[in-house]
Write a new protein. Structure first.
Lengths: 630, 318
């Protein structure tokens, strides 16, 4: 046998093996999203997981993709007791699991018990922890596990004791199969909003119990990885899981058992996990996918400029069409198609999140030296130097809405945002001088009374994307020119960056936060003394007591007013964080081809509403547009 | 030494090599900061993180390492303390997958792609190297040399992006970022093969240059063999020896996947998992892939040494 024949044989075999199997037909909607970590709703914490969960599961309430408000989901109706603590949910009697069996209130209870298991380490257990008895249960279980680990007994016995304890302690009851009664520790005004969160979705108890595994040594419970695979997973949402291959894609098909199945505008979804930013854009541009859920940060600016170019050109036509009552996706689809150097398929959505830089507020730095930023007026001085408009126009070039507050302004109805600190360089110098730092020897650098110059300030950021470094450079220049302080950049790999943040090893660091539910508290609790995510080490008893006061206030408007005062204390006076701009979600989706993608800041989609436009539909829209251009 | 004793000796070495690799990688992974549970800025409360570590027996590196080795080696299974052999454990980050499942899904893809890439590399590298070596200084030599410099120095993401821009976006001959059928394997295999092809071309060229000057080839030409005939029948076999020893590690490298090529072409192989595992501090995933890679490397080196003895009987395995 000749060597070349061996090579040819290997090539043919590899090609045959790679080419085996029929390619599946294209799903109705293909979208690019990062690889899903888990389909176990209680264990989810990443955006991509939550996104898919909204297709597979249906919690008690769901967020409307158009209005952004909570509406009936698994629960058909609900009521609240006069003291605001007890909620009664009536489940839809026609709600079915994808295997056809009815969804019972006990499935919700089972899921919520799972959420509270300390051994499952769920990120969002905080939702269920607002229920009466939940804390006790969590503590009981943790202690029971510790006792078991010390002297292992029968893990099954421990598990059944756990279930009994949950029934006894936690105030989630199901008087009948379709009623769920929940009693909270104290009134939670945004409880209905929390009930839309995918981690509160039910799981089918019967199926989940089949895949439950107990570790004899530690007594901890874990669910077999086979549970969330297509053959086993039972869901109660609009779709069911048809296939899932690791980092290769996931296919969902419409579940005929879903109560609103008849209203669905598409029958199948495919998640394509493309890790490379350039490849993802190429896949979109060649029509291989319909929707890119996240455009890589470094690519955004140039594409956003192309979108602005198109917006500017079609603006007069848009005004005429708007006057005719056209809006949203339909309006975009009717407008004249983009020319060279323009695009209409980039959507920038101001999200429910804030990008900021944060000050280390601890009295001393890790090296033991005094921390100048422990003084509020120093932080105010630094905050007043920042020209946010220059940053979004010339540095990030995305034109994000700038902000001087932590809670996105106008995002929560009835909540009045404080003014915050605008740029005022004169005041900045005065505030720094009030803290004892002024230029005493005329060298341009501020010194304290003893003549020691202002310590060199370090700016910590992660080098994962260019954006943060560019912003840090801009901030350095602003602080150098206005205050005369020395500023050094410290860029670190994400992991080391996070580690430094956690240990308080920074002076000023980059940060951001997305709100989880439509209430100011989702942002404000970040600054509470002792909060696990309070990286700044900020602690102000006056602030903490305002949060407590708000928690004890029943009247919704009054409560929001107190929270507003708390934020004013933060943003007008203490500034532990220096907000820059609202975070943006950047999608690639052409509204002329795919309709129904939500533009709500919470970025929660109802997949069943989406559909690819048919040719006649597109023609009708473009005719409207060409009439308006004439 | 007989072939049999060589195989035996290498098989006995394998556990030692794997043990050493395990120790080094494991210590490095343990020292890296971070937590596999961390996501998007949020971090678990300390007591929950502690429970997570306990449930994966991660409180003590020695205990974790011992338990891991016990299960991964199959020893626990042999002695009836565990229900399956070679259990590499659950992925710490991808809660819905075990490391065995991840490797089982990715490795065949990477191996088939790697095999295809090595075939491309050999086809391109051998022909370029032989042409260049037979007539050094000719136009063909200069072109071959130039191409191999580019192949070695251009990073994979440039080659990959360029290939997909031309063949997927512009000419539309191949699909973008889908993994269906042999057509989607051509471009990634080509991108993967270029650096290997470049090295092979250089090795063959030098080998041919040497051999063409050697006594037995010159004798053959003096006896009337044409230059091409002498090259094919007398010089080539010896010139290919260095390529053979390069093939072992090269094939192992190609078969365990390239992070860059797999990322650019959205190939579901294991090359990406390794880097992403390191970034996410997924200790078990990284360990599993490293052990898998080391075994493959040892086995392929053994195969090359056996091949060597077939090609050159003078060689005694060292």
């Amino acid at each position: 046998m000749r060597p070349w024949m061996v090579l040819a044989a290997i090539a043919a075999l590899s090609a045959l093996w790679l080419g085996r199997g029929e390619p599946e037909p294209r799903a109705d909607i293909r979208f690019v999203s990062a690889e899903v970590f888990t389909l176990d709703p209680q264990r989810m914490s990443w955006q991509q997981d939550l996104r898919v969960a909204r297709a597979l599961y249906e919690p008690l309430l769901v967020r409307d993709a158009v209005t952004g408000l909570p509406k009936a989901g698994l629960a058909q109706s609900w009521s609240c007791s006069d003291d605001g603590r007890t909620w009664t949910f009536a489940l839809r009697t026609q709600a079915r699991w994808s295997d056809g069996s009815p969804v019972a209130a006990s499935d919700v209870r089972y899921a919520w018990m799972r959420a509270l298991l300390p051994d499952l380490a769920t990120d969002f257990a905080g939702i269920q922890l607002r229920i009466e008895g939940a804390e006790e249960f969590l503590r009981w279980r943790a202690e029971a596990l510790a006792a078991h680990a010390a002297s292992p007994g029968d893990p099954e016995a421990l598990w059944s004791r756990t279930r009994e304890t949950f029934d006894r302690l936690v105030a989630v009851r199901s008087p009948d199969a379709h009623t769920l009664v929940v009693t909270l520790v104290q009134p939670v005004p945004y409880w209905l909003d929390l009930m839309t969160f995918p981690t509160t979705s039910p799981v089918q108890e019967r199926q989940a119990e089949r895949f439950r595994r107990l570790d004899p040594a530690s007594g901890t419970v874990r669910w077999d990885t086979a549970w969330t695979k297509p053959d086993a997973l039972v869901t109660n949402g609009p779709y069911r899981l048809e296939s899932w291959r690791y980092k290769r894609g996931m296919r969902l098909v419409a579940s005929p058992m879903w109560w609103n199945h008849a209203a669905m505008r598409n029958q199948s979804l495919e998640l394509v996990p493309i890790a490379d930013a350039g490849t993802a854009v190429l896949a979109f541009d060649t029509g291989s996918v319909d929707w890119l859920c996240d455009v890589a940060v470094d690519w955004r600016s140039d594409m956003a400029a192309q979108r602005r170019a198109w917006d500017a050109r079609v603006e007069p036509v848009a005004r005429r069409l708007t006057a005719d009552g056209l809006e949203g996706d339909e309006l975009i689809a009717a407008l004249p198609a983009p020319g060279p150097g323009e695009r209409r398929d980039l959507v920038v959505i101001p999200a429910f999140g804030t990008e900021f830089w944060q000050f280390n507020c601890r009295p001393t730095l890790p090296d033991g030296s005094a921390n100048p930023f422990a003084i509020a007026s120093v932080r105010r001085a630094f905050a007043r130097c920042v020209d946010r408009v220059a940053i979004v126009d010339r540095v990030t070039r995305l034109g994000e809405p700038t902000t001087t507050t932590l809670v996105p302004r106008g995002a929560i109805p009835g909540y009045e945002s404080p003014a915050g600190l605008e740029m005022d360089r004169e005041r900045a110098r005065i505030e720094l001088a009030e803290a004892g730092w002024s230029d005493r020897n005329g060298d341009g650098v501020p010194e304290d009374e003893r003549g020691a110059p202002f310590p060199s300030v370090t700016l910590l950021y992660s080098v994962s994307v260019d954006r943060y470094k560019l912003i840090a450079l801009a901030l350095r220049d602003m602080w150098r020119t206005t205050l005369g302080v020395d500023v050094q950049l410290v860029g670190k790999d994400t992991k080391f960056f996070k580690d430094d943040l956690k240990q308080g090893k920074f002076m000023i660091a980059r940060g951001n936060w997305y709100g989880d539910y439509a209430d100011p508290l989702t942002f404000l609790e970040l600054l509470e003394t002792g909060n696990g995510n309070n990286d700044r080490g900020y602690s102000n008893p006056a602030y903490d007591s305002l949060l407590h006061e708000a928690a004890a206030t029943r009247d919704a408007a009054q409560r929001l007013a107190i929270l507003s005062r708390a934020e004013a204390l933060l943003m007008d006076h203490d500034v532990p964080v220096l907000p820059l701009c609202q975070l943006s979600a950047v999608y690639m989706v052409d509204p002329a081809s795919l309709a129904g993608v939500s533009h709500q800041p919470m970025l929660e989609d109802e997949f069943w509403r989406m559909h690819r436009r048919t040719d006649p539909e597109r023609e009708a829209l473009s005719t409207l547009g060409s009439e308006a251009s004439r | 030494m007989s072939v049999g004793s060589m195989i035996l000796r290498r098989s006995l070495q394998l556990p030692l090599v794997l043990g050493a690799v395990f120790l080094v990688t494991f210590s490095l992974m343990w020292l890296v900061p971070g937590n596999p549970m961390e996501s998007e800025g949020r971090r678990p409360p300390p007591e929950i993180a502690a429970l997570f570590e306990r449930s994966y027996a991660m409180e003590d590196p020695v205990e974790f390492g011992a338990q891991y080795l016990d299960r991964a080696s199959g020893f626990a299974w042999l002695t009836g303390r565990h229900d399956r052999p070679f259990d590499l454990g659950p992925s710490l980050r991808h809660a819905d997958w075990t490391v065995n499942e991840i490797i089982a899904a990715g490795l065949p893809v990477s191996m088939a792609l790697g095999a295809l890439a090595m075939v491309f590399a050999l086809a391109i590298g051998l022909s370029a190297g032989i042409l260049a070596g037979v007539r050094p200084g000719s136009l063909g030599d200069s072109i071959g040399q130039g191409v191999s410099v580019i192949g070695i120095s251009l990073p994979g993401f440039v080659v990959g992006s360029a290939l997909s821009a031309v063949f997927c976006a512009w000419l539309q001959w191949f699909p973008v970022a889908t993994w269906d059928g042999w057509r989607s394997a051509i471009l990634p295999a080509l991108a993967l093969s270029l650096p290997f092809a470049a090295v092979i071309a250089r090795l063959v060229r030098y080998g041919m240059l040497e051999e063409m000057r050697s006594d037995h080839v010159r004798t053959a030409m003096a006896k009337g063999r044409s230059r091409a005939g002498a090259a094919v029948h007398h010089a080539m076999k010896n010139a290919l020896l260095p390529v053979l020893s390069y093939l072992g590690p090269a094939t192992a490298a190609a078969m365990t996947g390239s992070f860059v090529v797999e990322k650019v072409f959205a190939v579901p192989g294991i090359g990406r998992h390794f880097v992403e595992g390191v970034l996410g501090k997924d200790v078990t995933l990284v360990m599993g892939i490293v052990l898998c890679y080391s075994s493959l490397l040892v086995l392929l080196n053994l195969a090359v040494d056996l091949l060597y003895r077939v090609v050159d009987p003078r060689i005694e395995a060292a």
